[in-house]
Structure formats: structure tokens, C-alpha cells
Design a protein around this ligand. Structure first.
Ligand code: ADP
Ligand code: MG
Length: 697
């Protein structure tokens, strides 16, 4: 029987002393199996020479040519420019940093070979700081065999070092065994190669394999690994789900006797969908183990009230509940609603945010820990260690997608500090980011799912138009009319998704000045992420009280803010945002009786894909349809990525790219869990390096 790679420590390899071992550990590499799962993120082809005439902008290439000239050029920056030519054309090598010795090496008539990225400067192609080999009089290039793999690495660990270590590891692949964990039958069914073959190929791809297919995950070998990873993650989440049931929870067995009375105070009836979800939660929280439920509901579907009713039941039992919002603005807004709803029922609602004045905070902490406070509303400050709850039975997490995976993880791991360790609160996670159901099943396999698939009656759909920035003047006039004649309010949203928040705030400041200058008769406000919470709160409040007509904002207003009189929204550069995010933003209007409009003010030229995506916004108001389309039209690196949705991150898999595999993933995972618990275990320990990562308790 062959040795298993997972049992061989990396420190048995040459060149891996304690220092290097420690750095490898930063990359989660401890044994040879870990090492072989550490795959290149790109490849370089130094096996051939590209004729200059075949070069293309942006590509990496290797060129060999004769030196024509080499001169120091004094342009914007001093540089050394060396012209080389082959039989097909000429190209420049450009160095901004160079020594006199280096300059002397470029001798007219001699040959050089260089590898680098092609850029197009002026009329000719050039390489800036390529790797250079001086061939002197010999015109024959030095070629390497195969592709050169470039690995992700960490501080203090050079590419050359990790490459050499992995080369040694690959030698072991032939002698020792990398354990195959996927059942043979599934490999056959899906046409997947054995694991060893996939790993070897990805470390050393043959020259005829299209590299882009590897880099964008279309390659079968990558799919093979992605599949295994998804299976492992699915198993891990299923296990986490079972583990949760080992904890105890307060049983919320009764509906609050005052419920009808409370509902009578509302100016409307609950929608059928709200009632259904409230009921689904009720069934869960009367159990003696923690609920873990995700509620998906489009913007404006009334999620807050669902949470409120369940929290009301909890307080009826004499337990405490907490609602956590992602921003201070939202926390304050919820706090106000809850006070107005529940004060008449002698329920004490407490606000807790990190930015509160110290004295208020101290008081809040005290009412929370004594149990005097029955409902607690706050930001993530709720989960800091100094907060001690009293019979906390239910935690509601609002707009969950705004929390990063990490944040959610710590928060749920820690749970909440309570004197009873074995008792964990029921958890209700609410999100307006509609993830298509199949994806939600994967990303949230440890959660039960509820969907509020109905909006309150009488909502007017928001009319959306897509317009060129060139029509800005026209829009500004329309804003004026909207505010003065129709007495409505307007949001003007500045977005700069790729830039820093700092820049986004600056952009908003500039726009604010411009709009105020263009519309002197209007009161124009400004809100952005760099303002103090209290300032933001005051501005939102003033806007709500109609003390200003127009509010220039960054995406801070994306979540939850409720100003029914605002009926027009202009979004600048909408092409830069994901559709789901646009949908969230747009959901800030259309909350009142009046017709609402949204103007997507794009910057021409629009790519075909961007055009299609903006058209989706024009055609529908349904968040789930938008999410599906978002998926379909997703360009490289765009939208719904894990970053935006806050869903699990994977090493090789991408649940959107790999969504077709998901049904097979579920079947395969179930089969393994039922038939071979040992393999299920092994898959988890192979793929989930920090075992607790997935646990949401
Ligand atoms: P979201 O699901 O986006 O969090 P909210 O809970 O903020 O939505 O509700 C949006 C608005 O709809 C609020 O003003 C709320 O009072 C109102 N609302 C909630 N439920 C109903 C209902 N059943 N009928 C009419 N309006 C409702
Ligand atoms: Mg909400």
C-alpha cells in the first residue's frame, strides 16, 4: 500500500526548514496533500517565441530580436528605450529604472530575448520592464520546456522557493498516493479524471491546453476540483446544521396574547406571505434547539414587521430578543419603529450602537443585562463582549448580505455572551438580496429558507429610464419640477464602485456643490459614509421631515432607509454596479402612494453587456427576476460575486459559474454522507481547513 500524501509533512522536503514551514502554514500548507492543492493562479509560456507582428495588447509574450537602437529618452519620465526587430516587425523595450551598466548591455546588432506584457504605446508595441536575456551574437533563443506556473504566495516566500518546493511535491505524486475521495461512479458519470491526474495537469499543463479555460474555470480539471470542493462544503454545512441541534434554546411556545391588539394598531393587514413566514418562524422557535432560518424578501416586502411580530411573541414569553442592523442609520430607524409599535404594550426597547455617548451606552448595557429591556436594537455593537444579554431567545440579523462572511462568522461563533453557555438564541437572518433559490441552497445549506414572495398591495411599480450622461441638464430640470411643482423629494446617488470610499465621498461632495449651484431654489442635502453617525442620522431625519428636497448620497442609503415621499432617484454610473445592488438602491423610492421614477444616468459608451443589464432594470421590478438575469449576464468579475453577497468563499468553485453542477453536488454529497461517513469526514478535513469556519452557531 502506498503512503498517503496527507500524512507526509512538508518539512520533509528539501529547503523546508522551520521558517519556510511557518510561511507555508500561512498558506494553509502543512502536508504534501495541502501542497499539491496549492495550484498556480497563472501560467507563463516561455516555450516559444512570438513573432512581433503577432503581438496583441495586454498579452504576455516572449520575443527575440536584434537590437537596433538604445537611447535614453527624456519625456515625462526619463527612460531607456531600446528598439528591437525580428523578421516581422519592430518593438520597444522600455526601462524606467536602469543603470549605466545595463544601458551598456544593449549593443546594436546583438540579440536579446525578452518576456513580458505587451502594451501599445504610440505607433509600436512595447514591453515595460520585461525579463531580459542577453544573447550577444547568438540569434538562437533559449526556450524552456512546458509552461511556467506562477503560484499564490505570501510574504517572505519567494515564487522561486515555492515553485521548487512544489516541484519536489509533484515528484511524490508518482510514488505516494493522493487519496481519491469522490466515488468512482460519480467520476465516471461526470467524465472527471482521477484526482492525481487533475492536479498534475494543473501544475504542469501541456502546451496545447488553452490557458484561458483554466484561468476562467472552464477547464475540466478545474471543474473536477470545484465539484469536490462544493461537495465537501455541502457536507460541512449539513453537518453544521446538525450540530446546531445539539444546543439548547428557549422555547417560544405561545403567540403573544396581545398580538391581535398590536396588529389592529397597524394601518394595514399583513400580507399572506408575511403571515406564512411568521408562522414558519413560530414553528421553529417553539423547539428546544436553535432555529437557523434565512428570510429572503424583496425590498419593501415588509421584513421588519415579520421580525417584529416574532419578537413580540418572544417578549410575551418573558424572554429577550435582539435585532441587528448593518448601519447606524438603519438601527436608529428600526429603533424608532419598534418604540412606536411596542411602547403601548409596555415593552422596553433599547438602542445600542458603538458610536453612542458613553453614558447612554452604559445605561443601555445595564438595562440589557438585567433584562429590563425586552427588545434590543443595534448595530454589530450588540455582539461585543461587554454586552451581556438576559434570556436572549431570538436574534434577528437584518440585511444580512451587508455583513462580510468573516464578520458574520465571528458574530455567530461567539453567539452572544449569555450566562447560559449551552443555550443559544434562535437566529433569523433577513436579506433583500435575492439569490436564486438553487444558489441559496448551496451557500446557505445550513439554514432553512423562507421567502416573502409578495409585496404589500397598492405598491406602484417604479418606472425606470436609462439615459446618457449627456442629458444631465435635462434631468436637473426634471428634478426641479419634481420638487417644486409636485412637492416630492429626490435622491441623487453617486457611485464609484471600484474606487475607494474616500473617492466616492469626494464625488458626492462635488456633485452636491454642482447641484446646489444649478438649483438655487432647492434645498440640497448631502450624506456619505465618512460622516459621523449622528450627522448622518440628522440628515436622514431632516430628509424624512421634508426639510430638504434633494439628497445627494453615496451608496450608504442602499439599505433599508424609508422615506415614502421620495419618488425620484437618479443613479450615476449605474453601469458600474451589480444589478442586485441597483435594485436595492432603487428600492428606496416607490415606497409611497405616488408614482415613482428612477433614472439610470450612464456614462457612454456602454458595452453591449452593460446595455443589456441596464435594460433588465428598465423591464422589471422583481428582485428575483433581476437576480436570475444578473446571473445570466454576469460578465467576468462582475456582480453577485461572493464579495457582494457575503456568501461563502471557495478555493476553486464559484457557485455562479458552476451552478449547473449543483444538483449533482447535492446528490453526490447526500450519497457520501449516507454511505460513507468516514469519507465525508475526510472531505471536510481536506477542504475546510479551519473546521469552525462554516459553523454559524
Ligand atoms: P423591507 O422588507 O425592505 O425591510 P420594510 O420592512 O422596511 O421592508 O417595509 C417597507 C414598508 O412597507 C414600511 O413602510 C412598512 O411599514 C410597510 N409595510 C410592511 N408590511 C406591510 C403590509 N402588509 N401592507 C402595507 N405596508 C406594509
Ligand atoms: Mg429592511
Amino acid at each position: 500500500m502506498q503512503t498517503k500524501l496527507a500524512t507526509i509533512n512538508v518539512s520533509t522536503l528539501k529547503g523546508v526548514g522551520p521558517k519556510v514551514a511557518e510561511r507555508l502554514a500561512h498558506l494553509s500548507i502543512r502536508n504534501l496533500e495541502d501542497l499539491l492543492f496549492h495550484l498556480p493562479y497563472k501560467y507563463q509560456d516561455r516555450s516559444r517565441i512570438h513573432p512581433i507582428s503577432s503581438l496583441r495588447q495586454g498579452e504576455y509574450a516572449q520575443v527575440c530580436g536584434m537590437i537596433e537602437t538604445a537611447n535614453i529618452v527624456f519625456g515625462k519620465r526619463r527612460s531607456l528605450v531600446c528598439k528591437i526587430s525580428d523578421d516581422t516587425g519592430t518593438m520597444e523595450i522600455r526601462l524606467f529604472y536602469f543603470s549605466t551598466a545595463q544601458k551598456k548591455q544593449f549593443i546594436t546588432g546583438q540579440f536579446v530575448q525578452c518576456y513580458g506584457q505587451i502594451s501599445h504605446s504610440g505607433r509600436s508595441y512595447s514591453m515595460i520592464h520585461p525579463e531580459i536575456k542577453y544573447l550577444h551574437d547568438n540569434p538562437t533563443p533559449q526556450l524552456e520546456e512546458g509552461l511556467k506556473a506562477i503560484y499564490p504566495t505570501t510574504e517572505g516566500l519567494q515564487q522561486k522557493t515555492i515553485n521548487a518546493i512544489i516541484q519536489q511535491g509533484l515528484g511524490y505524486l508518482k510514488r505516494a498516493k493522493v487519496t481519491e475521495l469522490l466515488p468512482e461512479s460519480w467520476l465516471t458519470k461526470l467524465g472527471f479524471p482521477p484526482l492525481a491526474e487533475a492536479l498534475l495537469m494543473l501544475h504542469q499543463p501541456p502546451l496545447d491546453v488553452p490557458l484561458t479555460a483554466i484561468e476562467n474555470g472552464e477547464n475540466l480539471m478545474i471543474k473536477r476540483l470545484a465539484f469536490e470542493e462544493l461537495v465537501a462544503q455541502h457536507i460541512a454545512l449539513q453537518k453544521a446544521k446538525k450540530q446546531i441541534q445539539r444546543y439548547q434554546a428557549y422555547e417560544v411556545k405561545k403567540i403573544n396574547p396581545q398580538l391581535t391588539k398590536f396588529l389592529d394598531t397597524l394601518p394595514f393587514n399583513l400580507t399572506t406571505a408575511q403571515q406564512r413566514v411568521i408562522q414558519e418562524v413560530r414553528v421553529d422557535i417553539q423547539r428546544n434547539y436553535p432555529m437557523m432560518r434565512l428570510v429572503q424578501g424583496d425590498v419593501g416586502s415588509g421584513k421588519t414587521l415579520v421580525a417584529a411580530v416574532n419578537m413580540f411573541d418572544v417578549s410575551g414569553m418573558g424572554f429577550q430578543s435582539a435585532l441587528m442592523a448593518p448601519t447606524e442609520i438603519l438601527a436608529e430607524q428600526h429603533y424608532k419603529s419598534f418604540v412606536s409599535w411596542f411602547k403601548p404594550f409596555a415593552i422596553e426597547v433599547t438602542l445600542l450602537t458603538s458610536k453612542m455617548p458613553a453614558a447612554d451606552k452604559r445605561k443601555a448595557l445595564e438595562t440589557i443585562s438585567t433584562g429590563q429591556s425586552q427588545m434590543v436594537i443595534g448595530t454589530h455593537a450588540l455582539f461585543q463582549s461587554q454586552v451581556s444579554f438576559h434570556h436572549l431567545a431570538l436574534v434577528v440579523i437584518d440585511e444580512q448580505h451587508r455583513f462580510g462572511v468573516e464578520q458574520r462568522k465571528t458574530l455567530l461563533e461567539k453567539g452572544v455572551s449569555s450566562n447560559q453557555n449551552q443555550i443559544k438564541p434562535h437566529q433569523l437572518i433577513m436579506t433583500a438580496t435575492p439569490i436564486p433559490r438553487t444558489l441559496a441552497q448551496t451557500a446557505y445549506a445550513d439554514l432553512d429558507l423562507s421567502v416573502i414572495d409578495e409585496l404589500p398591495p397598492g405598491r406602484k411599480p417604479i418606472t425606470t429610464v436609462v439615459m446618457d450622461e449627456a442629458k444631465r441638464e435635462l434631468i436637473i430640470q426634471r428634478v426641479k419640477q419634481n420638487c417644486i411643482q409636485d412637492n416630492r423629494q429626490v435622491y441623487w446617488v453617486c457611485t464609484l464602485i471600484d474606487e475607494s470610499e474616500e473617492l466616492q465621498c469626494q464625488a458626492a461632495e462635488v456633485t452636491h456643490e454642482q447641484l446646489q449651484a444649478a438649483l438655487p431654489e432647492l434645498k440640497v442635502g448631502l450624506i456619505h459614509g465618512r460622516m459621523k453617525p449622528q450627522e448622518k442620522q440628522q440628515i436622514m431625519q431632516a430628509f424624512k421631515e421634508q426639510k430638504m428636497h434633494l439628497l445627494v448620497a453615496t451608496t450608504v442609503i442602499e439599505v433599508g432607509v424609508d422615506v415614502p415621499n421620495a419618488s425620484l432617484m437618479i443613479i450615476e454610473n449605474p453601469e458600474r454596479l451589480g444589478l442586485s445592488q441597483l435594485h436595492q438602491l432603487r428600492g428606496r423610492v416607490g415606497r409611497g402612494e405616488k408614482e415613482s421614477h428612477c433614472v439610470l444616468l450612464y456614462h457612454a459608451p456602454l458595452s453591449k453587456n452593460a446595455k443589456q443589464r441596464l435594460n433588465v432594470m428598465r423591464e422589471t421590478n422583481d428582485g428575483f427576476v433581476i437576480a436570475e438575469k444578473d446571473l445570466e449576464l454576469r460578465g467576468p468579475g462582475e456582480v453577485l460575486g461572493t464579495r457582494q453577497t457575503g456568501i461563502l468563499e471557495y478555493k476553486f468553485a464559484d457557485i455562479i459559474r458552476d451552478s449547473e453542477m449543483l444538483p449533482d453536488v447535492y446528490f453526490c454529497a447526500d450519497e457520501i454522507m449516507q454511505q460513507s461517513p468516514k469519507i465525508a469526514e475526510a472531505l471536510c478535513s481536506r477542504w475546510i481547513k479551519h473546521g469552525d469556519k462554516l459553523s454559524r452557531v
